[in-house]
Design a protein around this ligand. Structure first.
Ligand code: ADP
Ligand code: MG
Length: 291
């Protein structure tokens, strides 16, 4: 049976909106020296919206129509944002024919007989499409913390859609408090380097791993563990699940995906990053009482 102090600690945590799924989570959390934070949906609210469109040889509405048709079947939050923007403009789009979704990259779909690619600029490059005409727009949007997704139509670069996702209001405070507790915060994201660096500098994180493919997030956690440090990972998405399991303590945001929550040791039910600090405090005081 769990020591009484742990049971009481779990009760106190629950009162704050923190679910400790294992007794071990308490013991390990107090020893954590590194906290890895996912960007989208963890440090940000995870509700991206379209903030700008840059077109190349095509009209804005046409670009958005083709992109929405291609993204229609994707569950990705960026895809939802593109579809919403097309809806807001009152656009209607045809059903896509062949469709494929490439994890961490984007989508490829056939729309009215045209092949449409929407995703990371790397998705276009990998298909032999030159992104040079889009580069200036991509750089200007990403340097201000936006996610820039590129669109190609029939193997021709057609435009850039810039998406923004607001930082959680408590993100900077939480990172400052972690630092003051001697914990190293690390940012981990599939998003581009520039946007990641912009957000990291806004909230005081200096260690950034960006453009990390979902399959590699767990490997980054493993590398951080290699020097003997205890690592906590905070995430919300399907693509965070392996990293949450790899971490010494996996912490899922309660508004996140079911898979993230099933993979975590601790769930922050109330959707607020300060709970991370409460969880740590409770784990420390409970453990002290056990000793
Ligand atoms: P994150 O770690 O930020 O949740 P993902 O690994 O899901 O990011 O995706 C990484 C990048 O791949 C995104 O920033 C985006 O550029 C691109 N991407 C992935 N899926 C899509 C999609 N459905 N539409 C457009 N771009 C996408
Ligand atoms: Mg996320």
């Amino acid at each position: 049976a769990a020591p009484l102090a742990i049971v009481r600690g779990a009760g106190e945590a629950a009162d704050h909106g923190i679910v400790m799924r294992t007794g071990e989570a308490f013991q390990t959390l107090r020893q954590v020296g590194t906290v890895v934070l996912d960007k989208t949906g963890t440090l940000t609210l995870g509700k991206p919206t379209v903030r700008g469109i840059h077109v190349h040889g095509i009209g804005e509405d046409e670009l958005l129509t083709l992109a929405a048709a291609a993204e229609h079947s994707s569950e990705h939050p960026l895809a939802r944002a593109v579809v919403n923007a097309a809806n807001d403009r009152g656009l209607a789009w045809p059903e896509a024919g062949e469709f494929s979704s490439l994890t961490g990259l984007g989508v490829i779909a056939e729309v009215d007989g045209r092949r449409v690619l929407v995703g990371r600029p790397a998705l276009l490059t990998e298909h032999g499409i030159d992104t040079a005409p889009l580069q200036e727009a991509i750089e200007s949007w990403t340097s201000t913390g936006h996610t820039a997704i590129a669109v190609a139509v029939d193997d021709t670069p057609a435009g850039v859609i810039a998406l923004g996702d607001a930082l959680r209001p408590e993100a900077a405070d939480t990172v400052t408090a972690l630092r003051q507790a001697g914990i190293t915060p690390v940012l981990l994201t599939g998003d581009n380097h520039r946007a990641a660096a912009h957000i990291a500098s806004q909230i005081g994180i200096t260690e950034v791993h960006a453009e990390v493919h979902p399959d590699h997030k767990a490997a980054i956690v493993r590398d951080l563990q290699a020097d003997g440090r205890r690592v906590a990972m905070v995430g919300d998405g399907i693509n965070d699940a392996p990293a949450l399991m790899q971490a010494d303590v996996g912490i899922a945001i309660g508004t996140g995906t079911d898979i993230a929550m099933e993979s975590a040791d601790i769930i922050l039910v109330r959707d607020h990053l300060h709970l991370l600090l409460d969880a740590r405090r409770i784990s420390r005081t409970s453990y002290r009482k056990v000793k």
